[in-house]
Design a protein around this ligand. Structure first.
Ligand SMILES: [Zn+2]
Length: 273
């Protein structure tokens, strides 16, 4: 990968919701030049084949963001951390791993590691990991990127979203598994690219029952996106049963939103522009 490449690409390691049957749970890495930013880890050690397929070595991961402490987001990170601790013990991971998480998510991640790692692994984890608060208002400068965190407006958990300002002036805003709603729309306003959840089509709401699960539909998200000046919409964390999902989701979105819409599949990479 060229060091001079400064545009961002989003590498979708998983795109599914909490109970996927044909996909891995939604998580992705954003690569800008030599910097890799992992958002969530999915729900288990299925993260390893997903990383391998994307040609990402866990030793390359130094910035990991956990949006919230739900099963389908946190446990893949526990496995990644365990792997990094293992590499550290072998002398193969000399630097720190920076873990960005809000207070609740950081507490859960620390506790799961404490309760499930061998003591020697846990002590090494404390040496190698540096937690960086990702509560609303926290921000970080990583080389020529700026990351600012905000409340993603979840109804049932403390969830952080982020706005990543890229070297070319473009922005990526991400809402974890939360949809674009009236609660978070002002944080998202003007985003060049928005990555957020959309559980299913509005047309299929009686099949998948998104509203019972605090999730929203493609139509719901597309309607709001059309009002707040978003260029490109990337929808993840959805059911994986619909045939031709990408095609039919985009058709529903296009009725309300005129910008570009991407419905990624696991393993796909999209350049942000
Ligand atoms: Zn989720």
């Amino acid at each position: 990968m060229s060091e001079t490449k400064k545009y961002a690409e989003v590498i979708f390691l998983g795109t599914g919701s909490a109970f996927p049957s044909r996909s891995y749970n939604a998580c992705y890495a954003i690569r800008v030049g030599s910097l890799l930013w992992l958002t969530d880890g999915g729900g288990g050690n299925g993260i390893f084949p997903a990383l391998a397929k994307a040609d990402i070595n866990p030793a390359e991961l130094h910035h990991i963001f956990l949006s919230h402490a739900h099963t389908d987001h946190i446990f893949g990170l526990v496995w990644i951390i365990r792997k990094i601790v293992h590499l550290r013990m072998q002398g193969l991971y000399p630097d720190s791993i920076y873990i960005y998480a809000n207070s609740e998510a950081a507490h859960a991640l620390r506790e799961i590691c404490r309760l499930t790692f061998l003591e020697s692994y846990y002590l090494t984890f404390l040496q190698v990991a540096e937690f960086r608060p990702a509560n609303p208002g926290d921000s970080y400068q990583l080389k020529d990127l700026t990351i600012e965190f905000f409340d993603a407006g979840s109804e049932n958990v403390s969830q952080s979203g982020f706005r990543m300002s890229l070297p070319d002036g473009k922005s990526i805003v991400a809402l974890g598994d939360e949809a674009l709603t009236t609660k978070n729309m002002m944080e998202v306003k003007g985003a060049d690219t928005l990555i957020c959840g959309a559980f299913c089509r509005y047309a299929d709401r009686n099949v998948y029952k998104p509203y019972e699960k605090h999730h929203w539909t493609v139509k719901d998200v597309a309607e709001i996106a059309s009002k707040i000046d978003v260029n490109m919409l990337i929808l993840i964390h959805s059911e994986d049963q619909t045939p031709d999902k990408s095609l039919v989701y985009r058709a529903e979105a296009a009725e309300y939103f005129k910008g570009r819409v991407i419905i990624p599949n696991d393993g796909e990479i999209y350049r942000v522009e």
